[in-house]
Design a protein around this ligand. Structure first.
Ligand SMILES: [Zn+2]
Length: 429
């Protein structure tokens, strides 16, 4: 199959068009978005991980559509979440370093839903979700009181505040739909131990502590989803669960995130549960920029600005072959400028670091862990994929011209300290 797709890529042929949108009919559902920072897809049971890190998410997955191959637009929080909420590539929205603020001319789907009558709320356990960064655009209620540092544990608080909002909504029963975004942070480093949970995974190695952090977060996501059920809201609510990026544990010589675009940092979980959507697993490549059009389609609301993703509902309905290509970029360290394209089962990375450039080519179906760089063996495919990537980035730059520029804004000394504590400044790689 891959050989055929490769031939199509080289010949510049398009794959069959998407089927028309065919989502279930449901008037104005509520929308609950759960993002979990630094959560690799392959460390969840529902994605095949053998350790019991995620019993709650696995139970949720059994009633949801699970996307096996979801790719994030970047490998760190700010650009990746901005792409999720605007359905635009990083090159288009321009929030590519810690001081960049999304220009108000961009539209997040919180704004789209708010203006269509949804009550919108955000509980953000992350510095980038505080007012001023742009990700709060469109949220009528912003709870940014959970101040995140490298040594705080916040999942319980995120769940408690989320349940408080849901409790108000359940009591009101006024027919107003709502959008609630909860961002969990605990799997992010520093990896902390949780009594009664971490012991089962080990507390010596970082990757064991990381698994304990996932299990701790999973418990609180479970309590949230139980609350949604208990309050009688689950039946009328679209629930999206995803992550901003994953984490590296030395697979390619790095630790953390934001340094490379390997699968361990760009392959994220993506689960969608919606009224009328039958649970299933979808193998095709999908992108974080596809979440916005999918949710809006489920809500019956049209995007008001041009977007770069497209609804996943045709795929979910088994709409045949799909020609999505996933772009990922990371360029926030001084000498780093990396961009990647996934298409037709292949992944090409233009890996520029420290003045050097390196072409990486992986056949992900054969080599999902990106062990063998095939670039030297297949220069024609490298050339074709690089051309495709460059064309998409040029198109993104053109689209960026339709918006104001996301500007740099000086961070306060206090913000600098917190960014440093979270690993976002002080490393010039
Ligand atoms: Zn993050």
């Amino acid at each position: 199959m891959n050989r055929l797709v490769r031939a199509a890529v080289l010949a510049g042929l398009g794959l069959p068009a998407l089927a028309p949108s065919c989502g279930p009919e449901r008037a104005r559902p509520n929308v609950l978005v759960i993002t979990i920072d630094t959560l690799r897809a392959d460390h969840l049971g529902c994605y095949g991980y053998p350790r019991p890190t995620s019993p709650s998410i696995d139970a949720f997955a059994r009633g949801a559509v699970l996307f096996e191959n979801a790719s994030s637009a970047s490998s760190w929080t700010l650009p990746s979440l901005t792409s999720l909420w605007t359905s635009l590539w990083c090159r288009t929205h321009g929030c590519t370093d810690v001081e960049k603020r999304l220009d108000p001319s961009f539209e997040s789907w919180a704004e789209t839903l708010r203006d269509a009558g949804w009550d919108t709320a955000l509980v953000g356990g992350h510095l980038f979700l505080e007012p001023g960064y742009g990700l709060t655009q469109g949220f009528t209620h912003v709870d940014a009181e959970i101040v995140q540092t490298d040594s705080t544990i916040s999942s319980q608080e995120v769940t408690d505040r989320g349940l408080e909002f849901l409790g108000h909504k359940a009591a009101a029963r006024d027919g107003t739909p709502w959008l609630l975004w909860l961002h969990y942070f605990d799997p992010h480093d520093a990896y902390l131990a949780h009594e009664g949970i971490s012991e089962a995974f080990g507390t010596e190695r970082k990757i064991d502590l990381y698994d304990g952090e996932i299990a701790y977060t999973d418990r609180h996501v479970g309590l949230l989803l139980d609350g949604l059920e208990r309050l009688g809201l689950a039946r009328d609510t679209v629930v999206v669960l995803t992550a901003d990026h994953g984490e590296e544990f030395g697979e390619h010589g790095n630790h953390g995130h934001g340094y490379t675009l390997y699968q361990e940092v760009v392959r994220v979980p993506l689960l969608v549960r919606a009224p009328g959507l039958a649970p299933r697993r979808v193998d095709e490549l999908v992108r974080s920029v596809d979440v916005l059009p999918t949710v809006l389609a489920l809500a019956g609301v049209e995007p008001r600005r041009a977007i770069e993703g497209s609804s996943l509902l045709p795929l979910v309905a088994g709409g045949g072959p799909d020609d999505r290509a996933a772009v990922s970029e990371v360029s926030w360290h001084a000498t780093q400028d990396m961009r990647a394209l996934q298409l037709g089962g292949f992944k090409y990375v233009d890996h520029r670091l420290g003045g050097g450039t390196l072409d990486l080519l992986f056949d992900l179906a054969r080599d999902p862990y990106e062990v063998c760089n095939d670039a030297a063996q297949d220069p024609l495919l490298v050339q074709a994929l690089r051309g495709e990537l460059d064309a998409r980035l040029r198109a993104a730059e053109l689209r960026a011209g339709e918006y104001g520029t996301s500007r740099s804004s000086a961070t306060s000394p206090e913000e600098q300290e917190r960014l440093k504590g979270l690993g976002y400044v002080g490393d010039d790689r």
